[in-house]
Design a protein around this ligand. Structure first.
Ligand code: PEP
Length: 250
């Protein structure tokens, strides 16, 4: 049975004090649910977040990591540094990493390999830009992103992969893919996994939707058969919104 997941990507927001406060609020409001709740604070607050969530039903993820094992890479973080402090889930390939830090599918493929070598779970983000959607090219774009970033993996590796389809035009813009648009492309993504790795792998993989998920649209988006949760940006920073989004599965 694939898992339902609601993950909050906090980006470059929240001091340590604010991180602790928001996590405590999530605990206080969290319904009794089988949905996995993930929070991804900034690097400097990961240790603290692990300390206060440990074993209590909220997973802490990193927002990025470097592909090298270590070395002269000023400002970067290695996989071993994350696992050492108890962080075993990492978001890779967010559209902001692709756009502002020039991360390509080839680079992301090597990050994925390093993360898997360290037995980490990866939330792998991808999705088309507005021009691709306008040209009706979005099905091809996600296919190329999967092929170049993930389809070198072996079947067994997929146990540690979560996919996050995030159309770039819907991230932080207030524009959301309609539930039908999202379902259509999620079904396509699942069919690509099935064609490459078999139906069993495709049925097990959690595919999250990201792009302006809010309390008023979460329930409908999450009710689509091929949508297994959300990767949430802006609305993950406010407890009222994030807790209502989590309730979207109840
Ligand atoms: C994101 O950054 O992954 C995201 C989906 O942001 P937002 O929810 O703000 O659109």
């Amino acid at each position: 049975m694939r898992k339902n997941i609601v993950a909050g990507n906090w980006k470059m927001h929240k001091t340590q004090k604010e991180t602790v406060a928001l996590i405590e609020e999530i605990f206080a409001k969290k319904p009794n649910t089988t949905t996995e709740i993930i929070v991804a604070p900034t690097f400097v607050n990961l240790s603290k977040a692990v300390e206060i969530t440990n074993g209590k039903g909220i997973t802490v993820a990193a927002q990025n990591m470097h592909q090298a094992e270590g070395g002269a890479f000023t400002g970067e973080i290695a996989a071993s540094m994350l696992t050492d402090i108890g962080v075993t889930t990492v978001i890779l390939g967010h559209s902001e990493r692709r756009a502002y830090f020039h991360e390509t599918d080839a680079l992301l493929a090597s990050k994925v390999d390093t993360a898997l070598k360290h037995e980490m779970r990866i939330i792998s983000c991808f999705g088309e830009e507005l021009k691709d959607r306008q040209q009706n090219n979005h099905f091809n774009i996600v296919e190329y992103q999967l092929r170049d970033g993930l389809f070198h993996l072996e079947k067994k590796d997929w146990a540690n992969i979560v996919l996050a389809y995030e159309p770039v035009w819907a991230i932080g813009t207030g524009e959301t893919a309609s539930p039908e648009q999202a379902q259509e492309i999620h079904a396509h993504i699942r069919s690509l996994i099935a064609a490459k790795y078999g139906q069993e792998v495709a049925d097990e993989i959690s595919i999250l939707y990201g792009g302006s998920v809010k309390p008023d649209n979460a329930k409908e988006i999450f009710s689509q058969p091929d949508i297994d949760g959300g990767l949430i940006g802006g609305a993950a920073l406010k407890i009222e919104d994030f807790s209502k989004i989590i309730e979207g599965f109840n």
